[in-house]
Design a protein around this ligand. Structure first.
Ligand SMILES: [Zn+2]
Length: 250
């Protein structure tokens, strides 16, 4: 895809979609490139507020609206861009988590109020036997009593996720992959689960700056054209295609 090539050497500064989406700062330790000097910060803010300008051809363009609170509609030089916002955000989080885990730089953040979750004995056993892997994933989970666990710390980049759903899903993954040897091979699967549960949900209203932040982050994320399950995250409908649709100029 044409844009993919351009993304790979896109010089624009990575933006912080997480703060823009209320998903907390992307402070998982891999954000060195976004340790923004005041100059980049200014540029970022400007491009977040911008509307379409044909001379400033951000590959994915600038957001126009949200469709059914699922898709982002954006305008770029070629025409219309349609983005599946959940799928796109999920990929961004996934790539960042992978990088953070690989470099051992996942940054944890204590929850303001530790989260108590009801748990089956199998889940409690998993928590007990998998402390090292949980730590690697940026999670600090304790056993409170025979049917409750407590989530104390989480990856800071996922701070706003729904942990009452994310934690059981992660424990299921760990149970499924069993012993530690396999789990290290399967860690990307678990990170994919975590990203899915942390990405912005459909039917959430986004503002234009939030949508633009997501577009800019897509431009700066590897493989952002595909979600973690291999489905496309965005598509282009060119002006010529639209013209054909309406038989303009015929
Ligand atoms: Zn998902």
């Amino acid at each position: 895809m044409r844009f993919e090539q351009r993304f790979s050497h896109s010089p624009s500064s990575p933006l912080n979609v997480y703060s823009a989406l209320g998903l907390d700062k992307m402070s998982d330790g891999i954000s060195s490139s976004s340790s923004s000097s005041s100059t980049t910060a200014t540029t970022s803010n400007q491009s977040l507020e911008s509307s379409f300008d044909p001379d400033n051809d951000a590959p994915l363009g600038y957001a126009l609206a949200q469709l059914h609170e699922i898709y982002i509609l954006a305008e770029n030089v070629q025409g219309l861009v349609l983005v599946d916002m959940h799928a796109a955000h999920e990929r961004i989080l996934y790539e960042r988590l992978k990088k953070a885990v690989k470099t051992g730089k996942i940054i944890r953040q204590p929850l303001l109020i530790p989260l108590s979750l009801p748990a089956e004995s199998l889940e409690l056993a998993t928590v007990e036997s998998s402390q090292d892997i949980l730590e690697k994933l940026g999670l600090v989970i304790d056993i409170l009593n025979t049917n409750t666990l407590v989530v104390r710390e989480v990856p800071s980049s996922l701070y706003k996720a729904d942990f009452s759903r994310l934690i059981p899903a992660v424990l299921r993954d760990i149970e499924q992959f069993g012993n530690t040897d396999i789990i290290n091979e399967k860690i990307d699967n678990i990170l994919s689960t975590m990203s899915c549960h942390s990405a912005v949900r459909s039917h959430r209203k986004l503002t234009l700056p939030e949508m633009n932040a997501l577009l800019r982050d897509m431009e700066n994320t590897q493989k952002s054209g595909q979600c973690n399950h291999g489905r496309p995250t965005w598509t282009q409908i060119g002006i010529l295609e639209l013209d054909r649709l309406f038989m303009r100029g015929k």
